[in-house]
Design a protein around this ligand. Structure first.
Ligand code: SAJ
Length: 416
């Protein structure tokens, strides 16, 4: 069986690699020639745990090839980005282009699967009209489905295999062929539905998280006003068998949760009141955090603020839509001198230093912005003497209050 994977990013590449590992001949396509060159040299343009070894292995067996153009295949998987435009509408140009690119290669009996996260009815209203140009009868000679990716960055390979999979075909035969294909490596359950429901399932999962995080962020602000420990309250509420509150933080980042809700708002604005409000609350959170930080240094002349964590969430090296970047921008606008530290991030960011001693030196306030596990290992006794004032503001509730206080720090959490 031959497979052609369109888009070799965080989802397409691991998917291509896993199919090749399971004996498929896979051709990976990306419109970016530098990505193709790197991959041909067995180098990764993204970082994901466990991917490199598998990539090298399948390239060496000859079962995974790359180019900027699709080839004929039995099945085509489209896993391209779906960003949002400035006006918060979905940008479906990559989906359209990828679909158009495969049209000349389509043959009777082929299967086309869209994995990208898309607004409802994208398969029906955007993809099908393009696929019709192949001259094949849709649903009879050409099978089409949506099977949204739902893996967590940082755990992609594991979750691709273990997670349940949603398969939404445009008809029964399309669903059946798609389910058979994923069964090759998916050990989770495969759930069959229609294409539009599958589109909504994916969006609803991320919206659930966004709304839940907005609620947690609201609780943190209520805690500031009323005076209670929001972290403890959430932990205790979650002991209830039917409660699963999420955690407050400096805001919601990443390319999924902060983006996907807009795909629904665009198509049902009147009905998406709660979804819109949650977006507003989460987007306003970095502003709030920057104001709280300002409050803690307001009596100091020319304060130095140390920010720990650039990644949008813990233990990943991804800064896309990271609330840390927003907090940095806002603090700079207020005129503060910043020192920034995140050992996961290689990109050049103004003010970034390379070790924890350097970031602590002369600091008046140390702020935790990302929940990296390694920040819990910081030797606060050791850096104590380097700081001008021993104050820590933890927006993620990851440090140990007792330990810091006994080491002579003033420890403040978000929500207090
Ligand atoms: N965050 C909080 N509080 C929380 C949980 C998360 O502030 O309690 C923040 C994180 O720090 C981060 C943002 O929210 O900035 C999003 O992080 P995340 O871990 O919730 O999600 P992503 O964006 O890494 O991945 C999500 C996942 N979706 C769900 O868990 C429902 C993943 O399974 C999806 O595949 C992915 O979106 C995607 O591609 O859509």
């Amino acid at each position: 069986k031959k497979l052609c994977v369109m888009g070799l990013g965080y989802i397409g590449l691991p998917t291509a690699v896993i199919f090749a590992k399971h004996g498929f001949n896979v051709h990976g396509v990306d419109i970016n020639p530098s990505v193709i060159n790197k991959l041909k040299n067995k180098e990764l343009h993204i970082e994901e745990h466990g991917l490199k070894e598998m990539l090298i292995e399948v390239i060496e067996t000859g079962r995974l090839t790359f180019s900027t153009e699709p080839v004929k295949a039995d099945a085509f998987i489209i896993a391209v980005p779906t960003p949002i435009n400035k006006d918060k509408t979905a940008n479906l140009n990559y989906v359209k282009t990828a679909t158009e690119m495969i049209v000349p290669n389509l043959e009777k009996g082929n299967l086309v699967i869209l994995e990208s996260t898309v607004p409802p009815r994208t398969v029906e209203h955007i993809m099908i009209p393009i696929l019709k140009k192949s001259g094949l009868s849709i649903g009879d000679e050409l099978f089409v489905s949506h099977s949204p990716e739902r893996v967590l960055p940082g755990r992609i390979i594991e979750e691709l295999i273990l997670n349940d999979r949603i398969v939404g075909g445009i008809n029964e035969k399309s669903s059946q062929l798609t389910a058979e294909l994923y069964q090759i490596f998916v050990t989770g359950k495969i759930h069959i539905t229609d294409a539009t429901t599958a589109e909504m399932v994916k969006l609803m999962e991320n919206i659930y998280r966004d709304v839940n995080i907005a609620l947690a962020n609201e609780f943190a602000r209520i805690a500031e006003r009323v005076g209670f420990n929001v972290w403890e309250a959430i932990e205790l509420a979650n002991q209830h068998p039917r409660v699963n509150l999420h955690m407050p933080g400096p805001g919601v980042g990443g390319h999924c949760i902060a983006v996907d809700p807009w795909f629904v708002i665009e198509h049902a604005p009147e009905e998406s009141k709660l979804i819109s409000l949650a977006r507003k609350i989460n987007d306003s959170t970095p502003f709030h955090v920057a104001n709280v930080i300002e409050k803690y240094v307001k009596d100091i002349e020319k304060p130095i603020i140390s920010l720990l964590g650039l990644a949008f969430k813990g233990n990943v090296n991804d800064i896309r839509e990271s609330p840390s970047l927003k907090v940095i921008e806002l603090l700079r606008k207020k005129g503060f001198q910043l020192k920034i530290y995140d050992p996961y991030i290689n990109q050049h960011i103004e003010g970034k230093v390379n070790d924890v001693k350097e970031v602590a030196k002369g600091s008046d306030l140390l702020v935790i912005l990302t929940d990296h596990h390694i920040f819990k290992e910081i030797d606060f006794k050791m850096i104590k003497g380097l700081m001008r004032r021993q104050v820590v503001f933890d927006t993620r509730h990851i440090l140990n209050k007792g330990q810091l206080e006994s080491a002579g720090y003033h420890y403040i959490e978000l929500g207090s």
